[in-house]
Design a protein around this ligand. Structure first.
Ligand code: ZN
Ligand code: ZN
Length: 98
């Protein structure tokens, strides 16, 4: 375990929250405070996820992205690269600028 508490285990409420899922597994969709785009954060501190879990989270996140980017961007991509917190699964949805 890390010495300092994981930011993704202790999600702050100072950005927009969109949804909290409890079933079939726990995850939250909210705006990333550094990137200002929606992210999915897994409700457990782990980095291994199944393909089914990823597909489910992508589906939920695309609903949020549709609303968030409506009128501004028509395409977006899921960015599964975890740069700052590599041991707690999360991913961004980022607008395609071209
Ligand atoms: Zn964590
Ligand atoms: Zn970010």
């Amino acid at each position: 375990m890390a010495d300092r508490p994981c930011d993704l285990c202790q999600l702050a409420h100072y950005t927009q929250w969109y949804a909290e899922f409890h079933h079939p597994f726990r995850f939250t969709i909210l705006d990333c405070d550094s990137c200002d785009v929606p992210i999915v954060v897994l409700g457990e501190h782990r980095v291994e996820v199944t393909l089914e879990e990823v597909a489910y989270m992508e589906k939920a996140l695309s609903l949020v992205a549709e609303q968030r980017f409506a009128g501004k961007f028509s395409k977006w991509i899921f960015d599964h690269q975890m740069r700052q917190i590599p041991d707690h699964y999360h991913f961004h949805v980022r607008p395609l600028l071209w």
